[in-house]
Design a protein around this ligand. Structure first.
Ligand SMILES: O=c1ccn([C@H]2C[C@H](O)[C@@H](COP(=O)(O)OP(=O)(O)OP(=O)(O)O)O2)c(=O)[nH]1
Ligand SMILES: [Mg+2]
Length: 143
């Protein structure tokens, strides 16, 4: 599978860090360091633009090291990059930690995973099929 990429940053192309890595890291492309105070959020530019084949999406996900060490998370949980999006990939970071967190140009702030997805046809019906679970959810089977 091929992904076209345009970049206006001076960094290397995104790359898989190890043979088994599922995602490529996304680097912050900022003119000067930016500091996120606790609970502050920011749309962080990456300087990359991609064209994903139809039937695929890219998911922007947090990096666990930043999460555990600094409380850095994504406000949108997982960012969805649509195959028809041609804008800059941006990362919606939030500092859930209790200390200021500084982002320097080139810092690896998140990762991006490429996923195949379905686009189902919706069939309007009066009733859904029976199951043992039925409408039970949200912990109804116990802890
Ligand atoms: O973390 C993210 C999430 C989204 N996007 C870009 C790519 C995506 O294709 C577009 C729209 O994202 P989404 O559909 O999640 O946002 P929306 O609020 O529904 O905006 P829209 O109405 O433009 O679809 O924004 C990012 O760069 N980073
Ligand atoms: Mg949308």
């Amino acid at each position: 599978m091929k992904v076209k990429i345009v970049k206006n940053n001076p960094f290397n192309l995104p790359a898989f860090e190890t043979k088994g890595s599922a995602g490529v890291d996304l680097q912050a492309y900022v003119q000067e360091p930016v500091t996120l105070k606790p609970m502050e959020r920011m749309l962080v530019p990456t300087g990359i633009f991609i064209e994903i084949p139809e039937g695929y999406e890219a998911q922007v996900r947090a990096r666990s090291g930043l999460a555990i060490k600094h409380g850095i998370s994504l406000v949108n949980g997982i960012g969805t990059i649509d195959s028809d999006y041609r804008g800059e990939i941006k990362v919606i970071l939030i500092n859930l930690g209790d200390k200021d967190f500084t982002i320097n140009n080139g810092d690896r702030i998140a990762q991006m995973v490429f996923i195949k997805h379905e686009r189902p046809e919706f069939e309007l019906v009066e009733e859904l099929g029976d199951t043992v679970r039925g409408a039970g959810g949200f912990g109804h089977t116990g802890e």
